[in-house]
Design a protein around this ligand. Sequence first.
Ligand code: FAD
Ligand code: SF4
Length: 494
Amino acid sequence: MATQKMLTFVSTPREMPEKRAAADRSEDFHEIYREFAAAKAAEQSGRCSQCGVPYCQSHCPLHNNIPDWLRLTAEGRLEEAYRVSQATNTFPEICGRICPQDRLCEGNCVIEQSGHGTVTIGAIEKYITDTAWDNGWIQPFKPAQERAESVGIIGAGPGGLAAADMLRKQGFQVTIYDRYDRAGGLMTYGIPGFKLEKDVVMRRNQLLADSGVEFVLNCNVGEDISFDAIRGKHDAVLIATGVYKTRDLDLDNADHGGIVRAIDYLTASNKVEFGDDVPDFEDGELNAKGKRVVVIGGGDTAMDCVRTAIRQGAQSVKCLYRRDRANMPGSQREVQNAEEEGVEFVWLSAPGAFAGHVTGVAAEAQERDVDGLPQIASVRIQKMRLGQPDVTGRQSPELIDGADYDEPAELVIKALGFEPEDLPRLWGVEGLEVTRWGTVKASFQTHQTSIPGVFAVGDIVRGASLVVWAIRDGREAAESIATFLTGDARIAAE
Ligand SMILES: Cc1cc2nc3c(=O)[nH]c(=O)nc-3n(C[C@H](O)[C@H](O)[C@H](O)COP(=O)(O)OP(=O)(O)OC[C@H]3O[C@@H](n4cnc5c(N)ncnc54)[C@H](O)[C@@H]3O)c2cc1C
Ligand code: SF4
């Protein structure tokens, strides 16, 4: 009986949930895909071929039991599907929304390889857990037994939260410190609402708080409390601070008003969506409304900036990337979404210089000799071509002489990637070893750093990565921390 509902990929075409029309979705920060209806989720799940060796599962960083929860969904057994799905993933509905599935599970689906179009795994994963929330299947938990040992977690992003969830379930006392006023890390303040609505993250934070995890927010470790003080308060410490240092442009005259960092721009936009007062947005500095906007970069952060600028009412939005479409690091799906919404991609282009003028507030400030930077007026664009491959095999961009031109712009957003902050220096911990890239050195198996009892996960170890990898690290580190604290590997496995 069950198998009749499966293997329907030959007769049933692949369908995603309905995507809102570009004109409609460009007006707000709500997610762009609507929810599957129950019958559609069951139908799409039934396309799975239930292969004996599921490549989708082996290419999911969490090794989710995808064929099992697809089969249960096809059979209408949604609560069981939810139980299987959450057994391996702390935030299934978040991964379902924002994992780059084309590079992970869906990109390796066998029926995709056979030309029938992948099972829409991410959309179904999201559907299962959204349904679980709607039906009240997700409730605060109470550990079977409270334990005395305590763990201090620095950073409330997906890595820290996933570890907190696992440790608390085992009865440990867990405190998370974060310098922001809300938990969630980049899921809250980096990723825009049109990819991940904020109440999806906030209800997860609330669930952890209701399950006994203590949050200490507005607490910048290294400033408001020392790292040593945190070590003194807890029996083990987990560093999950992410990477926030913006890679900069190597240009002489990059200091102009109106040239801003992507993280500041996206954080301000997310805070505005929460209804917060954001002076840098209100005074126009971090607001694209009515401006000609140029975003520099070709990764997912750049995609989030261009699409945010569209929603803020920019006059025009251009994205400069020094390679071509086929060689950009950002997801092709996001490029398509951005193009539909009115973004223009200027491939094989890089900024050569900025030109500005002194007006308004900047002119007054200059008279008073305070921060009197000229306001950006245009970007000198240099045209490139792709030359010989470098050591990584990627073709290097080469400058085309004499092809420069000026592009008018009132707002330039730098989205060139992130690097780790210098934690040993900022926190005054000499014993904390880092790699030559500045990421914290931690064992791949245990996630323990060079300091016994101090563990590290997520972007601060991997460099800028993905939510799903931070979740995996956090879950694995929780097991190691439990073993470290109790000397008993069975506790970790409970
Ligand atoms: C714009 C943008 C879009 C992205 N889009 C996607 C996407 O679509 N899909 C995807 O999978 N990934 C995406 N990513 C990547 C993903 O968000 C990160 O890989 C992931 O959030 C890393 O998790 P983390 O827990 O290591 O760190 P983070 O999420 O960065 O969380 C770290 C937390 O530590 C806190 N912290 C840092 N230093 C201190 C300190 N000294 N004291 C106290 N607290 C501190 C920070 O405030 C933050 O809350 C995106 C990233 C960006 C920037
Ligand atoms: S966690 Fe990400 S990679 Fe894994 S099944 Fe879900 S969407 Fe795919």
